[in-house]
Design a protein around this ligand. Structure first.
Ligand SMILES: [Zn+2]
Length: 284
């Protein structure tokens, strides 16, 4: 009995050590990866060929089919257009001369297919769809604003980033999504975790980067039909009465734009690394 207990204790000690060792290995490799990223962006800031790296900034929805309605009755398309123009200018100012602001008049579904086809024909290096978030109708409450009936939901402020595993480069899409989420978080913006909740029904998504707020949304046409890394950014919730006001300010647009420009710079530099460095990074 005593011998058995001894064996059990020794085994228990060994089992306790094993996870610790694994934890150490994991944290060391994370440190190495963080240093790799820093080295890429700090030591070789010229690694990114800005003048040839083409970003397509897609304005979500159209004038005629303008997407969600804000808590104060403003169409999502107006928010998308203003922010996307800001991002476009920020990228041009940062030296990404090939940036294209994609505005589509064709209604979905044809319009969505057209967006992806246009990005493909331009041989874009990165596709970013700009949207503003709402909630499913059953989660909205009624209120009156400026004498008109409107709907709101104050529960889920924050941005959300979506990628599709059916994109030709899901790893690249996730890499950019993660870089973007980190830049947004470092500027004091936070993602909304509510897409993981059961109440979202068929709009429920898998959170693939819990630090950066990147979700998987495989079926999105503009993400699955584009032949380059692609993300869709919901820049914030326009049905949230407080966040709607913030999203309407130049300060908030500028915060989001500078985060996108920084993420594009990092992504472009990471993509420009020599093949040997890429192989070493993927071996971690
Ligand atoms: Zn939208």
């Amino acid at each position: 009995m005593g011998g058995l207990r001894q064996t059990a204790t020794t085994l228990g000690a060994k089992l306790a050590i094993a996870p610790l060792a694994i934890a150490l290995v994991v944290s060391v490799s994370q440190v190495v990866r963080a240093e790799d990223t820093r080295r890429t962006t700090e030591v070789r800031p010229d690694a990114c060929p800005r003048s040839t790296f083409r970003v397509v900034v897609d304005v979500g929805h159209t004038v005629d089919v303008p997407g969600a309605m804000s808590a104060r009755g403003i169409a999502e398309y107006a928010f998308n257009l203003q922010l996307a123009r800001n991002i476009n200018q920020g990228l041009l100012d940062a030296g990404f001369q090939q940036t294209v602001l994609l505005i589509t008049a064709t209604a979905p579904w044809r319009g969505l297919v057209e967006r992806a086809a246009r990005a493909n024909s331009m041989h874009a290096n990165l596709f970013i769809a700009i949207h503003h978030d709402s909630v499913p109708d059953n989660l909205k409450q009624n209120w009156e604003y400026a004498g008109l009936k409107n709907q709101f939901n104050d529960n889920y402020p924050g941005y959300a980033i979506f990628i599709s595993n059916e994109n030709t480069d899901p790893a690249g899409s996730l890499q950019f999504g993660s870089l973007l989420g980190r830049e947004l978080e470092s500027r004091g913006l936070h993602y909304t975790p509510h897409y993981t909740l059961a109440l979202m029904g068929h709009r429920r998504r898998i959170l693939v980067d819990a630090e950066a707020g990147v979700y998987r949304y495989d079926q999105l046409i503009v993400l699955r039909q584009t032949r380059m890394p692609a993300v869709l950014l919901e820049a914030g919730s326009i049905v949230n009465r407080q966040e709607e006001l913030e999203l309407g300010t130049p300060e908030r647009r500028s915060l989001t734009s500078t985060a996108i420009v920084a993420a594009v710079e990092n992504f472009c530099a990471a993509r420009a690394r020599p093949a040997s460095a890429k192989a070493a990074a993927s071996a971690h």
